[in-house]
Design a protein around this ligand. Structure first.
Ligand code: FES
Length: 522
């Protein structure tokens, strides 16, 4: 049975959220313009912020590199919850109770904000109130669950200690948060985008911003197509910040990839949203689809660009699902990429202290629905009122060095290795490639990435990442070139799928020399 289920991996990954409804095409920016506020990134943070600023009387412009909502927002588990693993006891202990209070208020407010927007605009997006659970399978972690119940309750969150969950997963303890929710993120955000576009806000797709300069308090954004956008207020909400001339974000963010399968089961889903505490982490929620109820099984993460065989992570989720459910079908499987910060709290607010008017929202960890919505509310308040009551805990310049330096060393130590690894290591002799496979090859001191498509055509790219020069690895499940340093991803023919890189890989004619070197090999 499990062997048959693995057959789904022969299909290309497809996120359930990116199935119909189709979305309208927003035009590509051509020509120059000036804006009150320019928002870079059309994911949940950027679109929500544009909506909130419109309600404050502003007319922001959104610049999206590809299609809006097709990045991390289109690949999430879409849990709307303030329960982010066991975070409240950790913030209270690692920072202070005031930070924990701010974080709880921000994320609880984000749940209510989404709920209010759904109601006000009458959005049909499968919004459904649910309880959220973190469960521990090991006895040694029972005290941590008790501590979280206590910490969250003291912050005003309705948290309960539980001893079981309605699955065949043996647990020792758990914590339940009530008044949480789930939804279809793209349906929700498409409605916000349509609303603001009809009211005169501009959304541009396929308009990647590749540079940012400041003069006399005005920022000039340059797009890959040569257009310029001038604005005194700019928000970088592009998941991983593309701008690396200030702020050192590349040294204090790392990127993780995790996996989701959508399973049709014989058992009825009992309700609720769940996540395990111990490795390997497993996450569960339901989603009603046009063809019945789906159980979304998530987990199995690794640092982006640093897995030998990414299909193994899907297989682990399939095994888990088959152990705990009678699996009838797995119609969708996909993966997501998340930006992680060194101390586990997002970076939201002023990009740096000496670039007034420039804001950032990044590092939401795996909790982007509420953290992104809270970020939009926070930056709205900073832009329109000068400050936010949550800005201290999210401050990108907070740096509790005691908490972060150790992490910085651990998480980014391998970046330097990856910068040079591919260039110095001898590569094995090439073998023939099967259709649908890719690999890094080397001849005469030249290194290149080669992918053979199903028709047998070779696609050859230069595997040096256009962000900061790390060497890319082949991702067999997603058929992409992934960067092990900061998580940029490129299609098999070199187009940017995910930043921070903004420029495509050298490929096609520009690597003709590689093509000549390799053409006799396959
Ligand atoms: Fe930074 Fe590739 S993403 S070097």
């Amino acid at each position: 049975m499990q062997h048959d289920l693995y057959d789904i991996l022969k299909k290309a990954p497809q996120s359930y959220w990116l199935t119909p409804p189709e979305q309208p095409d927003y035009e590509k920016l051509t020509g120059d313009l000036s804006a009150e506020v320019a928002i870079i990134g059309g994911g949940i943070a950027g679109i929500t912020l544009a909506y909130l600023l419109y309600k404050e009387g502003l007319r922001p412009v959104v610049l999206e590199a590809n299609r809006i909502l097709f990045g991390t927002t289109g690949h999430t588990t879409a849990k709307i919850t303030s329960q982010h693993d066991l975070i409240y006891d950790r913030i209270t202990t690692q920072f202070n109770k005031d930070f924990a209070r701010q974080y709880a208020a921000a994320n609880e407010s984000a749940i209510r904000e989404i709920e209010n927007n759904v109601r006000e605009l009458g959005i049909d997006c499968d919004f459904k109130p649910e309880s959220a659970f973190v469960f521990a399978r090991e006895e040694a972690n029972i005290p941590k669950i008790h501590a979280e119940v206590k910490a969250a309750s003291e912050l005003g969150i309705k948290a309960e200690y539980v001893e079981s969950i309605p699955f065949s997963i043996p647990i020792k303890a758990g914590v339940r948060f009530d008044n949480q929710a789930q939804f279809h993120p793209r349906k929700y955000l498409l409605a916000l985008a349509k609303y603001i576009a009809e009211k005169g806000c501009s959304i541009y797709e396929r308009s990647p911003v590749v540079d940012l300069e400041e003069a006399d308090g005005v920022y000039t954004l340059k797009t890959a197509g040569g257009s310029k956008v001038r604005a005194r207020t700019v928000v970088i909400a592009s998941h991983y910040p593309f701008f690396n001339k200030a702020g050192m974000y590349f040294a204090r963010l790392y990127v993780e990839r995790s996996y989701i399968i959508a399973v049709r089961t014989r058992e009825e889903y009992p309700g609720g949203m769940y996540i395990g505490l111990e490795e390997p982490v497993r996450s569960l929620r339901s989603q009603m689809s046009g063809e019945g109820m789906l159980t979304l099984v998530g987990g199995a993460s690794h640092k982006s660009g640093q897995a030998e065989d990414t299909r193994a992570y899907y297989r682990a989720l399939i095994d888990f699902a088959a152990r705990h459910f009678t699996v009838e079908d797995i119609p969708f499987h996909w993966s997501a990429q998340d930006c992680m910060t060194l101390d586990g709290l997002p970076y939201v607010g002023h990009f740096t202290s000496d670039m007034p008017g420039l804001y950032v929202a990044t590092g939401f960890g795996k909790w982007g629905m509420t953290n992104a919505t809270a970020s939009a509310m926070l930056i709205r308040d900073q832009i329109t009122r000068g400050r936010s009551e949550w800005e201290d805990v999210y401050d990108p310049s907070r740096f509790d060095l005691a908490a972060s330096v150790k992490n910085m060393v651990v998480q980014n130590a391998n970046v330097a290795v990856n910068l040079v690894k591919g260039k110095l290591e001898p590569l094995p002799e090439d073998e023939d490639l099967a259709p649908g496979e890719g690999k890094v090859v080397e001849r005469d001191g030249r290194r290149a990435g080669v992918y053979k498509d199903e028709a047998g055509k070779l696609h050859i790219v230069d595997t040096t990442c256009t962000h900061m020069g790390c060497e890319l690895n082949w991702n067999s499940a997603e058929k992409s070139w992934d960067c092990p340093c900061h998580g940029s991803r490129f299609s098999y023919d070199g187009e940017v799928i995910e930043g921070p890189a903004v420029r495509p890989l050298n490929s096609g004619k520009s690597v003709n020399t590689f093509a000549k070197l390799f053409k006799d090999e396959f």
